[in-house]
Design a protein around this ligand. Structure first.
Ligand code: TYM
Length: 342
């Protein structure tokens, strides 16, 4: 009997940042540990996804390989026989299933995707790839029958779309796909209150994003602890003068609290209690800067000691095995839609 699947992917359009780490990467590594032996874990680089917005293509390949190392530095256990790491473009079934699913997805649905609206806003020459990538993402999920998809809050809508597409196709052709679980079950499974949305440090109204041009509000995993500390100490807060977890009124402070709590493993309440009665934010910023610096130096030293040959052999094995699984799902779909009779 095959095991139920937990799956997530992180694009390689730039170095990964603290939002990617806390929103998706750490959660899947924690789930790998928590459910060892019970679940299959698929962690991949959606390299075809990486240029839905413009990038420097000469860096893509190296960035992809670097991100795979980041997975290991985060704590992914390569020896776990139920876990697989792979590159999307090395499994051609992803692209092929996308073309098929495109015909069972509506323009209206894709136009409603917040990510598309935000990334396309005010931009010239928006690619069809940006518009369509939620369908590629659905293919990523449905090829392996993933039930749980740990992602940040910005990707929730896309996971729900994958579920809608799966149910729609199943209704028409029979049980081809395992739809990912609905949102409340996803959160419960991950043992979290909600999906995370780490904010930009300069403009806490928006999320921390790899595509941010200045990088001033973003903590990249490759930032030196000194640079990261400066970014935190210089982060935008407010003039209220008390530490509360309230994204409406105090988004900058709430973001710092989220970062502190996630990296230290403490609850938000316990972090807030340290600053009760303080009317300045200096100490909070200093403490968050310290937690982040410690995390980065620790993480970067792990990154430097990743066993590259173990990584490459896991990658090769995973891509071979996942091609087999993905082709099996694809053939079922091809048979169902009338492209094959096998
Ligand atoms: P991507 O590459 O933009 O981001 C990777 C993961 O990081 C999360 N994330 C955040 N979480 C919290 N706070 C933030 N500021 C923040 N910014 C990003 C994202 O939610 C994501 O989980 N389409 C996806 C990649 C993808 C995928 C998939 C994910 C492709 N196929 C299949 C899951 C399953 C994307 O562009 O994420």
């Amino acid at each position: 009997m095959s095991k139920p699947v937990i799956l997530t992917g992180l694009r390689a359009n730039n170095d990964l940042h603290l939002g990617n780490y806390l929103g998706a990467l750490l959660p899947i590594v924690e789930l790998q540990k928590a459910y060892a032996g019970e679940y299959q874990v698929n962690l991949f680089v959606p390299d075809l996804h990486s240029f839905t917005t413009p990038i420097d293509h000469s860096k893509l390949y190296d960035q992809t390989m670097h991100n795979l190392k980041i997975f290991v530095a985060t704590g992914l256990n390569l020896d776990d026989k139920d876990s697989y790491i792979y590159r999307q473009s090395y499994i051609p079934a992803h692209s092929e299933l996308t073309v098929i699913l495109n015909c069972f997805t509506y323009m209206g649905e894709l136009s409603r995707m917040t990510q598309f609206k935000e990334k396309g806003q005010g931009k010239q020459g928006i690619s069809a790839g940006l518009f369509d990538y939620p369908v590629l993402m659905a293919a990523d999920i449905l090829l392996y029958g993933a039930k749980y998809v740990p992602v940040g809050a910005d990707q929730t809508q896309h996971v729900e779309l994958a579920r809608d597409i799966a149910i729609r196709v199943n209704n028409k052709f029979g049980e081809l796909f395992t739809p990912p679980e609905p949102e409340n079950a996803q959160i419960e499974f991950a043992n979290k209150q909600q999906r995370l949305r780490i904010r930009d440090l300069v403009n806490p109204e928006k999320k921390m994003s790899k595509s941010d041009e200045t990088g001033k509000g973003v903590i990249f995993l490759g930032d030196s602890p000194e640079i990261a500390s400066k970014k935190i100490v210089g982060s935008t807060t407010d003039s209220i003068g008390s530490v509360n977890y309230d994204y409406e009124k105090q988004p900058g402070i709430s973001n710092l609290l989220d970062i502190f709590a996630a990296l230290s493993g403490e609850s938000i309440e316990s972090v807030i209690s340290k600053y009760k009665g303080q009317s300045q934010y200096g100490q909070l910023k200093k403490d968050v800067a310290e937690v982040v610096s410690k995390f980065l130096s620790n993480f970067q030293s792990k990154l430097n000691s990743v066993d590259e040959s173990a990584l490459l052999s896991k990658l090769e094995y995973s891509e071979k095995t996942m091609n087999h699984t993905a082709n099996h799902t694809l053939l079922n779909v091809q048979n169902a839609v009338g492209l094959r009779k096998e």
